[in-house]
Design a protein. Structure first.
Length: 444
């Protein structure tokens, strides 16, 4: 058997094994594309014949059931990775069977699988080799099970907990050791509390030295205390996502700054309370930041961009709806950030086409620019260089859609070069300048 043919049988993508040889050889079964020919009952039928499976991805089989996961657990003792993202018919039953068989799992993706605390706690306590765990969009998850993840899953490099609405500060490591109140302190008035409120802070004796990626976006109940505890417990995080954590303030950003050169990517979109002071400190401490998302941070001004522009490695900057930005910020990026590859300026309505032109001329690496909703970008002739708007937008949204990528970035720059030359010629000849939508150099 040829090597290429053998490799094809080892990894089967978007279909099921078709022959006895494939069933015997397959190591990686990856089904991401939905097909009427690949349904839950067919997957469940094939799994008992595939004894050498090391990784299984069933995101393209949304009707995957507990019955199929039970079969997988029973017949795949060498399973190292499992992705069930979006498989809403899988429940604690299937996951607990997987835990009972205890295969050597190293990565587990269970986002949008409706799980409860007992199943997640069992995962944390059983699969000691886990380096990647995804549990996003879990509406029933509470601090009880997430605390077990921090306590027992000590080899994790990636932990994703986005959009878990019940998580509070109690779900994460604490940086402060609680002290007993002195007898002289006046007791606080009684208020109704739940059993979750009565959980003590999570004090850990170890650190998460291996953790590199953490996403707790849109866990809206967390506060600055969570971020301080995470940074003190996991000092080598490289990618941190905190989008939509609306209670965070400059205090949280100050804690993030302690990650220093380890931090490479930070998402702070929809964190409205942060100010320039925090971003200035962040930029001066985390000198290897390459990607930062500050969309909808409405308190920020040009000062934040001036500091971020000085970062040597910055290649991606998202500033959507940062309304206080002016042309000064764009000019500064153009003159001081040659590494910039992606810039998002949508709905920054004070930006002019002149500053955008200067940016395009100076940043040779720029491959993606969004200027949707920027009034200046609605000028005659600019829209033809924009990517087509996605389906589902209303006519008004389509009219303001301006996203320039790939070759269109250079093409837009050349168009604006010609326009600048025509404007200069018109001024020399004392002729009123009229914007054109084509590439002609005629003044009339």
């Amino acid at each position: 058997m040829e090597i290429s043919q053998y490799e094809d049988m080892r990894r089967i993508i978007d279909r099921l094994p078709a022959t006895e040889s494939e069933r015997r050889c397959v190591r990686h079964l990856v089904i991401r594309k939905q097909s009427p020919h690949v349904r839950d009952e067919l997957v469940g039928y094939e799994l008992p014949f595939c004894h050498q499976l090391e990784s299984v991805v069933l995101t393209g089989v949304p009707d995957t059931s507990d019955k199929t996961i039970v079969r997988l657990a029973n017949d795949s003792p060498t399973l190292q990775g499992l992705d069930l993202t979006g498989c809403r018919y899988v429940s604690d039953v299937g996951i607990m069977e997987l835990v009972a068989k205890s295969p050597p799992l190293q990565w587990l993706q269970l986002s949008s699988v409706l799980l409860t605390d007992p199943a997640v706690s069992a995962i944390a306590k059983t699969f000691s080799r886990l380096v990647e765990l995804e549990l996003c969009d879990e509406p029933l998850l509470t601090a009880v099970s997430v605390r077990d993840i921090w306590s027992f899953s000590r080899k994790l490099r990636t932990l994703m907990l986005a959009r878990c609405p019940l998580l509070t500060d109690k779900a994460f490591p604490s940086s402060i050791i609680p002290t007993k109140p002195s007898s002289s302190e006046k007791p606080l008035p009684h208020r109704p509390s739940t059993w979750l409120d009565q959980i003590p802070p999570l004090i850990l004796r170890h650190t998460a030295e291996n953790l590199r990626v953490l996403d707790i976006s849109y866990c809206t109940k967390i506060t600055d205390e969570t971020v301080e505890g995470i940074v003190s417990h996991a000092p080598r995080i490289q990618t941190l996502a905190l989008a939509g954590c609306t209670n965070l303030t400059d205090r949280a950003v100050k804690a993030i700054s302690k990650l220093k050169e380890h931090l490479g990517s930070l998402v702070l979109a929809h964190v409205p309370l942060i100010t320039d002071n925090a971003i200035v400190g962040l930029a001066r401490s985390c000198t290897k930041l390459g990607s930062i998302d500050l969309a909808f941070c409405r308190n920020l001004t040009d000062m934040s961009v001036f500091e971020l522009a000085a970062l040597v490695h910055v290649h991606r900057l998202i500033l959507v709806r940062v309304h206080k930005l002016t042309d000064n910020a764009v000019y500064f990026l153009a003159d001081h950030t040659p590494s910039l590859e992606r810039l998002h300026l949508s709905y920054c309505d004070k930006i002019s086409l002149k500053s955008i032109h200067h940016l395009l001329r100076n940043n040779e690496r720029l491959q993606h620019l969004t200027a949707t909703g920027v009034p200046a970008a609605r000028r005659t002739g600019v829209s033809r260089f924009s990517d087509p708007p996605p389906e589902g937008l209303d006519p008004e949204q389509k009219a303001v859609f301006r996203v320039f990528s790939g070759k269109n970035v250079g093409a837009l720059c050349k168009f604006l070069d010609k326009e600048k030359e025509r404007r200069q010629q018109a001024e020399v000849q004392n002729i009123p300048f009229v914007a054109r939508s084509d590439d002609s150099m005629d003044l009339y």
